[in-house]
Design a binder for this molecule. Sequence first.
Ligand code: GRG
Length: 307
Amino acid sequence: MNFNEEQTNRIEYIEAVIKKYLPKEEGFQKTLFEAMNYSILGGGKRIRPMLMLETYRLFGGNNQSYIEPFMAAIEMIHSYSLVHDDLPAMDNDEYRRGRKTTHIVYGEAMGILAGDGLLNYAFETACKAFAINTEGKDSAVLYDRIKKAARAMEVLGKKAGIYGMIGGQVIDMEGIKPQDSPVEKLNYMYKLKTSGLIEASMMIGAILAGANESEINIVEEMASNIGLAFQIQDDILDVTSTAEILGKPVHSDERNEKITYVTLLGIEEAKRQVEELTGKGLSGFDTLKRENEYLEELIKRLINRRK
Ligand code: GRG
């Protein structure tokens, strides 16, 4: 397998899927549509829809039109979270993915609305998975597909919401103090803030492909560990990388006086934890007794990424 070639093909496909659902930049809300499209189309690794699609394939899923609305939806939610995270009331960042952030280009009010727009539109888009072609299918098959799509909607809402990403962001905003059992609280916060959408991506792939309850639980655990490793790598890159490579300012954690894995445990221990969590995440493939060579390689590269 030529991983880089495979990855380029997948990114092209995912971008085409996202574009298919984006609003046309016309009408009286044109500026909002432009700000939404600017936010989602400015690069990005597209790892969440990629993890979703590959987990779907891991469980034998082969009907892309069924999963595509969810692939677009998860990237819309991810994009909204970045737009809002960059706002002056939150991290107040001017650059992301090597370009000006949405509120810098369109103003703060439009930044808030573009984020809100992407979040709502994500659920509107995901609902298109219910628009199933009923021709020639018996009612039991149709019921099963609708049931899976409904379960996937619930996971999307929960993992992006108050028990997931938004919950984690609140803990981050309130800050972790040295007297707070910081490692425990940091782990909890990262598992919600960063693992939340990774869990949603992989679980939705598994659900729509028809995985059973025990398999869905294994996938959730895998994604939780992978998400945590991904976030700790983010902490490491904030101190070891450069703004040119990352496309956003480095040392932002220090500037914002944030407690991170690196400030708490040091860089060597942070790297060791990344290794350990990655091993735990990847061991899920053995437990599941399923193979997807591309997905395994993707996870390894995500964790060892430079940006
Ligand atoms: C505003 C509700 C709300 C949540 C914000 C996503 C987030 C929560 C904050 C962004 C800051 C941050 C470090 C989040 C952790 C997850 C993370 C590393 C996001 C960046 O994801 P990538 O690397 O980004 O997939 P690209 O640009 O590749 O899409």
